[in-house]
Design a protein around this ligand. Structure first.
Ligand code: AMP
Ligand code: MG
Length: 667
């Protein structure tokens, strides 16, 4: 559980009426998300109320009584105008006031703008929650939090009884670093270009200077940190961060007859310009009739084939022969199947039908007639933005049927794949019978990941192997981003705690990237690292994305499926059908364990083969699950999602227990 649950209440008449007017929530969320060494602040409640004392108080009472919120921030209504009543609403609720916080906040903001004088904040405790009123402007709001965040953790710790809360361990410093001096307007404008390049879901770092926390590359091994400075986050939080920082790709046009269109995702809603069919068509081979004419013998006055033709007209007492898909004449309102007719007489030396006996009784209007627009009607939404052009072909079929020759789709990413490590031997560069020297291994991850990514329909660039030098790694990464135009680089190795684990420092200190997470509570895959590099001036105006995956092959493969693929899917325009705002992760299904399974303290992703047994899907794990054992991924079609042993009192899931499984290939 997150130690500091935060509630954020926006107080504003305008935002209450139209929540798109609220820009503060996103700014404040961004601030917390980008806090480096965030000791666990998490906004779990958000709401908007109008400038009304009653409504503010009502909401704050609910939140302080029912929700486990450590900190409640209200934003808005702290000024001097008549409408500004937030302090008046909050003050009577407070059990203890916290004037020190107000003092700190004001003195910080006063360094930025003398207008801070115009704010009338209050702060204090109600039912173990600390409530602070901050101004309404996004900028002012963030500055005020920035002013107090450094010591806020200490304050929160002292409120109420904290012993039961799972505070982070010693390696996560309690004091969050903040810039010594507040940033000025002109300072933040320096980052303005970040807002211009296309497609970014939000740019990080605004207002808070990021401190580099990787090991200093220039210092000797004796001075490295002995435990990772990166906070250990949950898988769900990692997915949220990936979602937040993965941009959508640019939009391109693809021809529908281009076979490579498979796997692209529509970037536009497609509406039909025509009716399908765009005439009244017969569903069967038979005779177009007027239903009230009834059974009897009729002259065949016309023949209509499925071919372009001028509209014809049928009078009562006449019938027309029609083939499947042929237009039926005007005046006719039903078609009788040929099976329900008899030939009576012929003409043209017996080559053409003259009279036909209709046997069918009770024919109704519309029988066997496909009405104009009854398959697709003009103006109808036929394919939604976010739809994948699947290999099944149905989407292409729909597009073809309405005469669309090209569509807008999201460009797919190009992914560079790099292995790191002095011990690695490049198979492709060596003869088949290469003899490994002591300490050498064959590079396994690169061929494995290249295969995975290509089969998912992505273009890859093989970046080879970087040896364990920061310079070599930096050069490879930089060149790939700049010259090979890759959008993503996935590396393996070099993210553990050894002196040669250079990825994190290289990303932060050499490439100027931002590491959004560097440790995840999971097995395998703990050191998985996700970073973005925003250097549009160097990298063709684009954000570059990095996944530095662990070196052990099973870890690399598991984390590629769990984290990298969903990010690539989002980049490519894929939408999570269950919740459009979430990351499009791989599908999960329920399966049953075929044996007792001992749980690890970390949530574990075991490689398994799922198959049907009786009326259930069951999961056989693929043997010994150590992360170095690449064989555990061979033959797997799913990853079993096993909970932490902390969540199950016995620490064991017995045979027959239902668990979730993430599908990694077709079953
Ligand atoms: P590292 O994080 O670089 O210390 O790597 C962790 C483990 O994964 C070590 O045993 C490495 O030898 C192994 N490893 C790293 N990269 C690869 C690779 N490309 N193929 C196979 N094993 C690897
Ligand atoms: Mg290594």
């Amino acid at each position: 559980m997150s130690p500091y649950n935060v509630g954020l209440l926006i107080v504003s008449d305008t935002a209450f009426q139209d929540n798109s007017q609220d820009r503060s929530t996103s700014k404040i969320e961004e601030f917390f998300n980008n806090l480096e060494q965030n000791p666990g602040y998490k906004i779990i409640k958000k709401d908007i109320v109008p400038d009304s004392i009653e409504q503010i108080q009502l909401k704050l009472k609910q939140w302080t009584e029912n929700d486990d919120l450590k900190l409640i921030l209200t934003s808005g209504g702290t000024g001097f105008s008549d409408k500004d009543i937030t302090p008046e609403a909050v003050k009577p609720l407070l059990e203890k006031e916290a004037s020190g916080i107000i003092h700190t906040m004001l003195s910080y903001s006063l360094k930025i703008t003398p207008f801070a004088m115009m704010s009338r904040p209050v702060a204090g405790i109600k039912n173990k929650s600390l409530i602070i009123t901050i101004p309404g402007s996004p900028k002012g709001a963030v500055e005020n939090i920035e002013g107090i965040i450094g010591v806020l953790g200490h304050a929160l710790k002292q409120i109420g009884n904290d012993s039961s809360r799972s505070l982070h361990k010693v390696e996560n410093p309690e004091i969050t670093k903040i810039p010594d001096t507040p940033k000025t307007e002109s300072h933040s404008h320096g980052h303005g270009h970040h807002h211009h390049h296309h497609g970014h879901s939000g740019h990080s770092g605004h207002g808070v200077k990021r401190h580099i926390i990787s090991n200093d590359l220039n210092k000797p091994i004796t001075q490295r940190a002995r435990s990772s400075p990166y906070p250990m986050i949950e898988v769900s939080e990692a997915l949220e961060l990936i979602n937040k920082h993965t941009p959508k790709s640019e939009i391109i046009i693809k021809q529908i007859n281009d076979p490579s269109i498979t796997g692209y995702i529509l970037a536009e809603d497609i509406y039909a310009d025509i009716n399908v069919p765009n005439f009244e068509a017969s569903i069967v081979d038979g005779y177009a009739v007027i239903n009230t004419d009834g059974p009897g013998i009729y002259k065949v006055v016309q023949v209509s084939h499925a071919s372009p033709s001028l509209p014809n007209f049928l009078k009562p007492g006449e019938i027309a022969r029609v083939t499947t898909g042929a237009p039926i004449p005007q005046g006719a309102n039903a078609v009788i199947m040929v099976e329900e007719t008899e030939l009576v007489s012929t003409k043209n030396n017996g080559e053409e039908e003259d009279e036909i006996k209709i046997l069918a009784k009770g024919v109704e209007v519309g029988d066997n007639v496909r009405k104009s627009g009854s398959d697709i009607s003009k103006g109808e939404l036929v394919l939604r933005k976010g739809t994948i052009i699947s290999p099944v072909g149905g989407e292409i079929g729909v597009l073809a049927s309405i005469g669309k020759t090209s569509v807008k789709v999201y460009q797919k990413p190009i992914i560079g794949v790099l292995s790191t490590g002095d011990e690695l031997v490049d198979l492709s560069a060596n003869c088949p019978n290469f003899q490994l020297k002591h300490g050498q291994i064959f590079d396994t991850n690169r061929p494995l990941l290249l295969q995975t990514l290509q089969n998912w329909g992505f273009e890859v660039v093989d970046l080879g192997i970087a040896n364990d030098s920061s310079q070599a790694t930096e050069d490879k990464l930089h060149k790939a981003f700049k010259n090979l135009n890759v959008d993503y680089i996935v590396t393996t190795g070099g993210v553990s705690m050894g002196e040669l684990d250079l990825l994190k420092p290289t990303i932060e200190q050499k490439l100027g990237g931002i590491i959004h997470f560097g440790r995840v509570a999971m097995k395998p895959g703990k050191p998985t690292t996700f970073a973005t590099i925003d250097k549009p001036e160097i990298y063709n105006g684009k954000r570059k994305i990095m996944f530095a995956l662990p070196g052990n092959p099973a870890s690399a493969s598991v984390t590629a499926h769990l984290f990298l693929l969903p990010s690539l899917r989002k980049f490519s325009g894929y939408i999570n059908i269950k919740s459009s705002e979430s990351l499009p992760t791989l599908s999960e299904i329920d399966v049953y364990l075929t044996k007792d399974t001992k749980l690890d303290p970390r949530p574990e992703y075991q490689r398994a083969f799922i198959h049907q047994q009786g009326d259930r899907l069951v999961a056989d794990t693929t043997g010994f699950q150590r992360s170095s054992r690449v064989g555990s991924i061979a033959g797997a079609n799913a990853l079993l999602v096993l909970p932490s042993s902390k969540e199950v009192s016995s620490g064991v899931l017995t045979k027959g227990t239902k668990v979730k499984a993430i599908i990694i290939t077709t079953l």
